[in-house]
Design a protein around this ligand. Structure first.
Ligand code: GAF
Length: 351
């Protein structure tokens, strides 16, 4: 059989952070940094990771967890088996330029790369939506990360030059053009997100409980008056999400009317709201956001789960490289971490 080559992008979220697990709104885009999977069908699964410089293999029906990168591959085999699909093995290599563990969804990117490979190699005929839902299930139930649908959806549905507006409750979505003369600068703080998984799960539990006290399924339906009935931490966390949902709608409308200045203001508001009231930022992310504004970005904010990882800034296209260099220099004078920046574009989903 011929070699199959899959390119699976990373993602950033423009706005709508920590809203997906209460079925709110998000606005992500796939970006032109990729996980590349090249391989062919085989009896067993044997994959070499260029990043980890190691090969791992397993039999398609031996799905014990190893607490290593291969678990994302095994998770896909596990979920396909669970859902009644029959697939064989693969032999190949994983490479690409998407940084790993930087908050740009390298794990969902790998899951979707494997799924798309199997989809093509074993003619599974899975739709984009089926792939996003299967990958999320693998992450939730096999890998054990209680994430929402944001990352997998963005990577499955990315569209060149567009941001995705998604209602994570109905899964209805809309593509909104990203302005041509603006660049998205992604800044990886170099801070590994050690706290992320426990703090993420903790917040998820609290806001789910808050919703259940109010008898609601989604954060889209919660009013100010209802928030005021909740115990204070619950009200603060859910209050942030309720405001964030509203900001997503405003960003969508501002983008549609070409008002990038307004988009920038909303991004700034979102960052300080999530930092103060949802408490998932850190000194490094706050430093970047403050500096970005000083250096004339339209707006900036953390992107993804927070606690390190990456932030984004919107800047004029012709200034993007210079902006990146300057902010990286200033950041490195202040922090010892191996930070990096990328000027990215909205890209097509996995293919
Ligand atoms: C992580 C999760 F995987 C997403 O589902 C989402 O909750 C995000 O954090 C925060 O918006 O990327």
């Amino acid at each position: 059989m011929a070699m199959v080559r899959v390119e699976s992008p990373g993602r950033v979220n423009l706005i709508g952070e920590h809203t997906d697990y209460t079925f709110g709104y998000v606005m992500p885009m796939a970006i032109n940094l990729y996980t590349v999977l090249e391989g062919e069908k085989a009896q067993e699964v044997t994959l070499y990771s260029e990043h980890f410089k190691e090969e791992r293999s397993f039999k398609p029906d031996q799905l014990n967890r190893e607490n290593a990168w291969i678990d994302y591959v095994k998770g896909i085999y596990w979920v396909l088996k669970k859902e009644g699909y029959s697939v064989g093995g693969m032999k190949g290599k994983i490479s690409g330029d998407l940084p790993i563990g930087a908050g740009l969804s390298s794990s969902a990117s790998l899951e979707l790369a494997v799924l798309e490979f199997l989809n093509k190699a074993y003619s599974l005929n899975l739709s984009r939506l089926e792939m996003a839902l299967l990958a999320k299930k693998a992450e939730n139930e096999f890998v054990g990360v209680p994430c929402g649908i944001l990352d997998q959806f963005a990577i499955a549905f990315g569209k060149k030059d567009h941001v995705i507006f998604l209602d994570t409750d109905t899964l209805k979505y809309e593509y909104v053009p990203f302005p041509e003369d603006v660049s998205m600068v992604v800044f990886y703080t170099g801070v590994k997100r050690e706290l992320a998984s426990s703090a993420y799960a903790e917040r998820r539990v609290i806001v789910k409980e808050a919703l259940s006290i109010l008898g609601k399924r989604t954060s889209k339906e919660v009013s100010e008056e209802e928030l005021s009935r909740l115990p204070s931490l619950y009200a603060r966390y859910l209050g942030y999400i309720v405001r964030e949902n509203r900001r997503v709608l405003k960003v969508r409308d501002a983008l549609k009317s070409g008002d990038i200045v307004r988009v920038g203001e909303l991004l700034m508001e979102a960052h300080w709201d999530i930092a103060r009231n949802y408490e998932v930022s850190c000194e490094e992310l706050d430093f970047f956001v403050r500096k970005a504004k000083e250096l004339n970005a339209y707006g900036a904010r953390l992107t993804g789960a927070g606690f390190g990882g990456s932030a984004i800034a919107l800047v004029d296209r012709e200034e993007a490289q210079q902006f990146g260099e300057k902010i990286l220099r200033e950041y490195k004078e202040r922090f010892p971490w191996e930070a990096r920046y990328f000027v990215v574009e909205p890209a097509e989903g996995v293919k």
